[in-house]
Ligand binder design. Structure first.
Ligand code: NAP
Ligand code: MG
Length: 480
């Protein structure tokens, strides 16, 4: 029980203007899908939100054909300056409809409104603003002379940051002059469909962006479509492998943003209060449904007990519950399937000998929930130290020397992100240099900016999204 009691402060859903059912967005229009429609629900209440069309192979083919026509007839003929105008317009419309998008995202995904409102949606707008600025400067980006678009990009995104992942994919693709067919995740299609309405509002030429909702098989069809020039995928390493196999030997360009098991390393000279906030943000932000989450805490042995004590105290004050309540810190787990996976891995953690501690908070009766959990006494061989839990579960390991911290941090098949907490700049730079991770935060965690490239090593995938580097994935012959 928290010592601070807050009155409920739910965000109103009156700002939403949802339809009962949504079609596919192909060639600038919402059209019926020929697959069996499915429902999207709120994971916090298990209540139905809307019926969503499912794209069959023929529907995917129609979407790709529309993207190809738009590429040849309109988008590739347009100047970068004009493409940029559309992207600026989209960015401004996202800002205008920010509250509606934040409420829809929290409803469909389960994430706290303070995150969708203050992190996801503002970053979506900034991604479009940022890449709008590049659209007329591609010749001056140091990416080779006269860089050319690839053509039609097939893009597949996960459910943890539905609208933000859409922005990471669509903004650079359009800035570089490509057209797009995007498949949102099955459990979180809502904001992509509201985004389609924004594209209509922005008068984006028909077919430049097409959105095909459906299950994994819709994504698989898109990956295998012969008239797609580029596949950009964010999701699990398992599906990433399948996609890499499907694309091998074709002319398709591929970028993969996959899973992670980031080390968050806390040295004994770190500012402990700040580090505790950073650890909490690192693993409990978005219920830990974050590919770059700091899911392995590596804490120097001499401060282990102090850090763990302070963490437990801090976690006991987090408020779990209604994602639409402005006071909520921990929202709902996105799906029953994800909840089952988190439970299974946590049970394995206990069975393998780690010590489990769970914050004492009331769990709502409806919906999918998992209280913030810490495992101490975790060994490098434990499943909870190796597998991506993708939930609010922190594994704590210890180290004695910087060399041991580096060895343990790199002892993972993944290489997406890492964190370092220390008072010494020289130590931060020396350790960062030896960590095999695409993104390294120092004395902070989970910070994102459109100008900063993001991506992984090893089983976390390849290619970079964000920054000037993010354009190379959508241009012929470009190297950052
Ligand atoms: P997922 O199962 O791989 O799904 C990702 C997307 O791929 C969804 O749209 C999914 O559709 C679709 N899909 C499923 N099977 C497919 C197939 N055979 N061919 C083509 N597409 C297919 O992953 P998830 O559970 O949604 O997301 C969690 C994972 O994403 C975690 O491992 C996380 O680390 C990773 N992630 C990585 C990043 C990054 O930037 N590196 C960012 C966010 C998340 P359905 O939803 O319909 O199944
Ligand atoms: Mg949903």
């Amino acid at each position: 029980m928290s010592f601070l009691e807050y009155a409920p402060a739910p965000e109103s859903t009156a700002v939403l203007n949802l339809k009962d059912s949504y079609g596919l967005f192909i060639d600038g229009e919402f059209v019926d899908g020929s697959g069996t429609p499915f429902n999207t629900i709120s994971p916090a209440t298990e209540k139905h939100i809307a019926e969503i069309a499912s794209a069959s192979d023929e529907d995917v083919d129609r979407a790709v054909a529309a993207a190809r026509r738009a590429y040849e007839k309109t988008w590739s003929k347009m100047s970068g300056r004009d493409r940029g105008k559309y992207l600026f317009r989209i960015a401004r419309l996202v800002q205008e409809r920010a509250r509606e998008l934040a409420v829809a995202e929290s409803l469909d995904n389960g994430k706290p409104i303070k995150e969708s409102r203050d992190v996801d949606v503002p970053l979506v707008a900034s991604w479009f603003f940022y890449y709008a600025g590049w659209a007329d400067k591609l010749d001056h980006a140091g990416l080779g002379a006269n860089p050319r678009a690839l053509g039609v990009a097939g893009q597949i995104i996960p459910w943890n940051f539905p609208l933000l992942m859409l922005a990471w994919k669509i903004a650079p693709a359009l800035a570089a002059g490509n057209t797009v067919v995007l498949k949102p995740a099955e459990t979180t299609p809502l904001t992509a469909l509201i985004f389609a309405e924004i594209l209509q509002q922005a008068d984006l030429p028909a077919g430049v962006v097409n959105i095909v909702t459906g299950a994994g098989s819709t994504g698989s069809t898109l990956v295998r479509h012969p008239d797609v020039d580029k596949i950009a995928f964010t999701g699990s390493t398992g599906v990433g492998r399948d996609i890499a196999r499907a694309v091998a030997g074709t002319n398709k360009k591929l970028t993969l943003e996959l899973g992670g098991k980031a080390a968050n390393i806390v040295f004994d000279d770190a500012p402990i209060d700040q580090a505790v906030e950073g650890i909490v943000n690192g693993i409990f932000f978005n219920q830990g449904h974050v590919c770059c989450a700091g899911s392995r805490l590596l804490v120097q042995e001499s401060i282990h007990d102090e850090v763990v004590d302070r963490l437990k105290t801090r976690l006991s004050t987090l408020r779990l519950g209604d994602p639409l309540d402005k006071n909520t810190d921990i929202g709902a787990i996105n799906s029953a399937a994800q909840l089952a996976r988190i439970r299974e891995l946590s049970d394995i953690g206990e069975a393998e000998g780690a010590e489990r501690w769970t914050a004492d908070c009331a769990i709502p009766e409806q919906g999918f929930w998992f209280a913030p959990t810490i495992f101490t006494g975790v060994e490098a061989s434990h499943r909870i130290a190796r597998d991506e839990v993708f939930g609010p579960v922190l594994s704590v390991l210890t180290f004695r020397t910087p060399a041991e911290a580096i060895a343990k941090a790199n002892n993972t098949p993944y290489g997406l992100s890492a964190g370092i907490w220390s008072d010494k700049g020289s130590r931060i730079l020396a350790v960062a240099d030896r960590l095999r991770a695409g993104v390294i935060w120092a004395n902070t965690f989970n910070r994102f900016d459109p100008s900063s490239p993001f991506g992984g090593y090893k089983e976390s995938g390849f290619g970079r999204e964000g920054g000037r580097q993010g354009l190379t994935a959508y241009l012929k012959g470009a190297a950052a």
